[in-house]
Design a protein. Structure first.
Length: 174
């Protein structure tokens, strides 16, 4: 792929020529959109399933947007999203038995529902904070700094609770 030369706003024919010569996938998408036949990938699954997925994992597209990005940035966004997701799950998994233990006097169904619901909420908040920290856009520096503080605080609390959760997993009888 040719490296992109910066074009100013007075050079649209050169920009169009660049896209036609290097990004045939964008050209095909434009033709499908013009014909009304293009269906974005995220529209192919139901909204309820998409909401569950959004709670459980960080979407790499949220880290760089939906405009043209280089292959390296797209790949690095996937790595970053994966790292944030794995870190959140590592802390969330041991917290589940701890949260179940906290609500077990209310009955099995309520305790299970509360533990799963709170864990899902914590995962979602961690994903939001992690994505905000990873984006760190110039216009959102303040939000990124607050998100960083929130993410660190959340992870410290989760790490403390996960120690109790691991003990509950391994030594429930005592």
């Amino acid at each position: 792929m040719k490296e992109f030369q910066h074009l100013d706003e007075n050079q649209p024919p050169e920009a169009i020529g660049y896209i036609k010569s290097t990004r045939l996938d964008i050209l095909e998408k434009a033709k499908l959109i013009q014909q009304g036949k293009y269906i974005p990938e995220e529209k192919q699954i139901s909204s309820k399933v998409q909401k569950i997925i959004d709670v459980c994992i960080v979407n790499p597209d949220d880290l760089h947007g939906k405009v043209y990005v280089t292959k390296d940035l797209e790949k690095n966004s996937k790595y970053t999203a994966g790292a944030i997701t794995v870190a959140n799950w590592i802390n969330a998994f041991p917290n589940l038995p701890f949260l179940f233990f906290c609500f077990q006097n209310m009955g099995f169904l309520i305790a299970s529902g509360a533990a799963v619901g709170i864990t899902g909420g914590i995962l979602s908040i961690g994903n939001i904070f992690g994505g905000a920290v990873a984006r760190n856009k110039p216009g959102n520096k303040s939000w990124s700094q607050w998100a960083f503080f929130g993410l660190v605080t959340l992870n410290i609390i989760q790490t403390a609770a996960s120690g109790i959760g691991i003990e509950l997993i391994n030594n429930r009888s005592k």
